[in-house]
Design a protein around this ligand. Sequence first.
Ligand code: AMP
Length: 580
Amino acid sequence: MSAIGIDLGTTNSCVAAVEGGVPDVIVNAEGERTTPSVVAFSKDGERLVGAVAQRQTAMNPERTIASVKRRMGTDWRAKVDGEDFSPQQLSAMILRKLRRDAERHLGEEVQDAVITVPAYFNDMQRNATKDAGTIAGLNVLRIINEPTAAALAYGLDHGDAKRVMVYDLGGGTFDVSVIEIGDGVIEVLATAGDNHLGGDDFDERLAEHLIERFERETGARMSSDPMACERVREAAEQAKRELSSMESTTVNLPYLAQDANGPVHLEQTVTRAEFERLTRDLVESTTEAVNQTLNDAGIAVSELDEVLLVGGSTRIPAVQKHVRALTGKTPSNSINPDECVAKGAAIQAATLMGARSGCTDLMPRGGELLLLDVIPISFAIETVGGVATRVIERNTTLPVHYEQVFTTAAAFQTKVEINVMQGERPMAADNRSIGKFTLKGIKRAPAGTPQINVTFDIDANGILTVAAKDLGTGNEQSITITDSERLSDSEIADAIRDAERYEAEDAAKRASMEERTRAQQLLEQAHEKLRGKELEREEKKRLRASAANVQRLLSKRPEKMTDEDKAKLGSAIEELESLV
Ligand code: AMP
């Protein structure tokens, strides 16, 4: 069975697999190499994922969900028709589509997958991503960092040791990582970025410019019309893409607005120079993260061996120029920047699955490729006086084991509550609590007497597990971890059932819609023929009767149709098909 690699992106997702020893992107059902990470619920309850969902955004904004990746690991919920959807469930809908597309392409069931996450994702965000995979029916072999996957795609794990900067500018997020590659070991040394900067901001800038010029030149007003604004935004994105390979382009949007004299059209030429002027500060705003990562990694820019470009927005010439200027290196972009993370994930998936995938040549000498990532944010524990006592430092290499003996602060305390946090601030209240565990049954004793050994283990996926032992009694006490963000096993099971239930229902709805569309097309053809002269009177009569029959059956609303009605419609369509 094949294993797949999935880049679950903020704006677009991509799935790849190693076939015949070569990693390649899997084309989706719509014939595209990437799939918009958009989920929508149509007015009649159908769930849409990908380009179909994206296309209907302007008409159905309240029931369309984009950029759910930004919500991962939070308790945000989308409310649709009185039902709540967690970021995990929504991401699972995207993953499920990618999995189906992969299965169609590979011609077999797919279960095993490696999914990538940004290097700065914390424990909860990684867990949420893993849970999304489980809900989608995937066996998540490993969660790996996006820059690590990019390095794998470039085959940088072969040959000499290297230090590599990965500059990733996608649709809605930006991050830079410095990684060190040794003998079969990839280590993320440092990472920084801005998860609210990306191609969408470039689109926004250009759209604002187009609208402002349009309103100024024509006197028409359109900025309060959301549908018209959406059309301009889409056209701006298209123009932006064109300006990556051309010096100028024309944006044409007929009937964009109305004034007293009738419809007003937008037709404007935009040059690359103009686009660069409009977006210069966005490009320059990436400088700080580049410098910070080098600083955190403790290396000089001259010590970098390679710079990789990842994310669709690195196709923008000004971005490439900027990276060249900052690093003094010509960045590698021989692998499609929106595909290389998925390809790297596919390589890792194939490696983990072993020789069955036929890619043993991708395995380093030691067997399984060891990926060393870092913890992006420090872990701390709340201690007396609301202080955050740092237990694991930011940028510590994974996997990590930590152990420390704690004691009680008050006399005769029989339980201790330990508040686990992530963050860099000295006071507990300023950090983010990711879980509380209570150690119970401690023997009554004066303050400072009991010895409680607490261990933290973070595995290669960046997932945290906690254990505690009361050294006084030798008892290993069970720990209660309350992590409201994580789905419980039964919630995951419910979500899987829910997703599966809807999959069948949605497929049936889609088939019925397709049948009705086919019927409409046949009716058109029939009317065309009836208007013509080629048919005999008798034939016309039969065709007219058959068309009328289909028309009559179609007049019943799809949700009201019984199985008998559906069967009748099926045979009526067949009959009409034989006559036109
Ligand atoms: P990603 O999330 O990596 O797929 O990147 C998506 C972003 O890349 C979107 O904002 C796209 O508009 C942008 N993008 C894709 N192709 C190009 C291109 N040729 N020039 C500029 N931006 C592009």
